[in-house]
Every structure is written in C-alpha cells, then in structure tokens.
Write a protein that binds this ligand. Structure first.
Ligand SMILES: Nc1ncnc2c1ncn2[C@@H]1O[C@H](COP(=O)(O)OP(=O)(O)O)[C@@H](O)[C@H]1O
Ligand SMILES: [Mg+2]
Length: 333
C-alpha cells in the first residue's frame, strides 16, 4: 500500500521567552523528531497521555504551524518547508476535525454558512451550487437539511460535531486529522460519531490520523497505532500486534490500564503496571531516553543514549534499548 502522508523527523518546538528583553531562553519540545507513514485509506491511531504532543503533531502535519524541522509529504507534495501562501493550493486535500465542536464553530454563523465557508474560499461555485453542496454534505453526515439556517447553539454536541465533519468534507479532502473528535461528547453518542467517521471513510476513501487518549476507542477504529511519549513516537505497529504484543515498556504500561473485555486475554495481560512519577516537562526532557525517569525496566544506557527507532519485528517499530542488540541484556526483553 502506498503512503499518502510521510512524516520524517518532525519537530515542533515552541520558544520560551523570559526577562525584560523577552529573550528566548528555552523551548517547549512538544514534538521532538517523529517519523511515520500513513497509508492511503488507513486509520493511523495516535495515542499517549495528555500533554505528550498529539495535538501539536496533528496540527504541525497540517501545517497549522510553521514547523521547527522535518519533512512532511502529503499526496506526493513536500509541504514541511513551503510558505503558508503556497499551502493554499494543498489545503483542500487535508482537513481537521477538532475535539470541541462548540469552540471550533463560529456561533454567529448559520450551519449553511459554516459548511460553505471553505467553498467560498477555495472554489468559484455559484450560490445555487454551494447550496446544493451544503445540502449534500448535510445528508452525508446525517443532519436534517431543514436545519441549514440554524445556529450551532441550537444543536446537541453530537450534531455540532457532525457540522464540523461536514465542513471538513466540503472540499473533498483525502486526509483528515481527527483530534479527539468524540472526547467532548456524551458517552451515549460517541459511538454514533465514530460510526459516521468509519462510514465516511469507506464511502469516500478517506485517510485518517485519529488522535485519542482512549486506547479502547483506538483499538476499535485504527489499522495501525503510534504511541507517543513526551514528544516522541516510542512504538508503531499494526493494531493487532500492538495490543497483543506491546514491545515498549510505556505501551505495556498504557495497555495494562485498559480494561480487557476478553477474560482469556485479561489473564495473559497480567497485572496493572503503575508508572511512578510525573511526565517530565517537554521544556526540559531527560538525558538519554525520554522515558528513563519512569521506566520499570530502565538500564544504565537509557540515561545516557537516546534509543533509535528501529524495526524489531515485521512492521513493528520501537525506540527502546531493550530491543537494541548492542545494549539488550541477555534474554531480554
Ligand atoms: N502554542 C503552544 N505554545 C507553547 N507550548 C505549547 C503550545 N501548544 C502546546 N504546547 C505544549 O506542548 C505540549 C504538548 O501539548 P499537546 O500537543 O496539546 O499535547 P496532547 O494533545 O497530547 O495533550 C504540552 O506541554 C503543551 O503545554
Ligand atoms: Mg490534544
């Protein structure tokens, strides 16, 4: 399968300015060198605790930021280093669905004008054509056309997220970053929105980066999963391999906290791994491996050398010295 999105050594550092002269005295290394491909038509899950850099990664890949370093190729075009002005042509290809539909929709605009805004900006459609397109999009996401002239506050959270999805679809994108799209919704309607996203993916051949801190949700929706910790991807594997055979101690710890519905699997999973200490600040990450301060399997080398991201099994990538032939203890992991 070919990659629609290629991310290489992507870094997004936010400068920290202090003092009277507001000199730059440091940087928040929110995303600190991540690499992966997203294949055409797949869903890549991006998981990790709050603050580990998932949203920043998603926004950086869509070039909502001027990135610090790295390459981003989307649909054959390098967009990492191009100017915001020249991104205009590529913008329709890539869209974002946000966590909080309340905050991401303009309260003073009607549903129709919210959904057609991208059409105003990027197409020369007539008013009638735009109206047809808006109705068509409302049908696609399960919103009644009769509500086209209502305002966001007149809808429930789930319906508002459908408005956000319709807007994201307006320009026929190929790639959508879904940033915790259901985290702000009632549990009872989360499944409906996830099902809608899955149906739209099948129907329109969409490729998703699906960001979530909810590992059960990601297990349901993702084909492959990338696990982030403190600005880095520590493990990347197919969904089945990752959940059945996690290779990184951080992935093991995250998964041990997820309730396992299958009793046989629960037996194998063993007891819950409780991580000690807090996540270090991304403004001051530790020497060596970013996870060394909390890792239950930490070795000397981990405090000195940043482990390489390597393929330890077919299609399973891990950044951990336990899998490094040079440093792994006998019989590890
Ligand atoms: N615009 C910004 N300026 C400075 N720091 C930021 C900015 N955006 C995010 N951060 C910091 O980057 C880190 C990662 O944040 P974020 O990407 O939102 O994590 P996640 O989505 O995984 O919860 C956090 O420490 C956050 O405070
Ligand atoms: Mg986030």
């Amino acid at each position: 399968m070919t990659a629609l999105v290629e991310v290489r050594d992507l870094k997004m550092h936010f400068p920290i300015h202090t003092g009277l002269l507001r000199r730059q005295t440091g940087a928040v290394k929110a995303v600190d060198g991540i690499s992966f491909d997203i294949r055409e038509g797949e869903t890549l899950g991006l998981v990790g605790e709050s603050g580990c850099g998932k949203s920043t990664a998603g926004r950086a890949i869509l070039r909502l930021y001027d990135i610090t370093e790295g390459e981003i190729v989307i649909d054959g075009r390098e967009i990492g280093s191009v100017t915001q002005a020249s991104l205009r042509k590529v913008r329709p290809t890539m869209q974002m669905v946000f966590q909080d539909p309340q905050a991401s929709l303009n309260p003073r605009m009607t549903v129709a004008s919210i959904i057609s805004e991208p059409l105003d900006e990027h197409t020369s459609m007539s008013r009638a054509e735009k109206r047809e397109r808006v109705y068509d999009l409302m049908d696609k996401v399960g919103l009644n056309r009769r509500f086209a002239n209502r305002y966001p506050h007149e809808f429930s959270g789930g319906q508002r997220q459908r408005i956000g999805i319709a807007r994201a679809l307006a320009l026929n994108p190929k790639f959508i970053v879904c940033d915790e799209p259901i985290a702000a919704l009632d549990v009872s309607i989360q499944a409906q929105v996830v099902n809608l996203l899955e149906e739209l993916q099948d129907e329109l051949g969409l490729t998703y980066l699906f960001i979530s801190h909810d590992l059960s949700m990601v297990r349901h929706i993702a084909d492959r999963v990338a696990v982030m910790y403190l600005g880095k991807v520590v493990e990347l594997a197919s969904r089945d391999d990752l959940y059945a055979r996690p290779q990184h101690p951080y992935t093991e710890a995250l998964l041990s906290a997820v309730p396992e519905p299958d009793p046989a699997q629960a037996e194998r999973q063993g007891s819950r791994i409780v991580l000690q200490g807090d996540v270090p600040s991304p403004a001051n990450p530790p020497e060596g491996c970013n996870f060394c301060t909390r890792c239950p399997k930490v070795m000397d080398v981990c405090r000195r050398v940043d482990p390489a991201f390597r393929e330890v099994a077919p299609e399973q990538w891990v950044a951990c010295h336990l899998h490094d032939p040079e440093h792994a203890p006998a019989g590890a992991p």
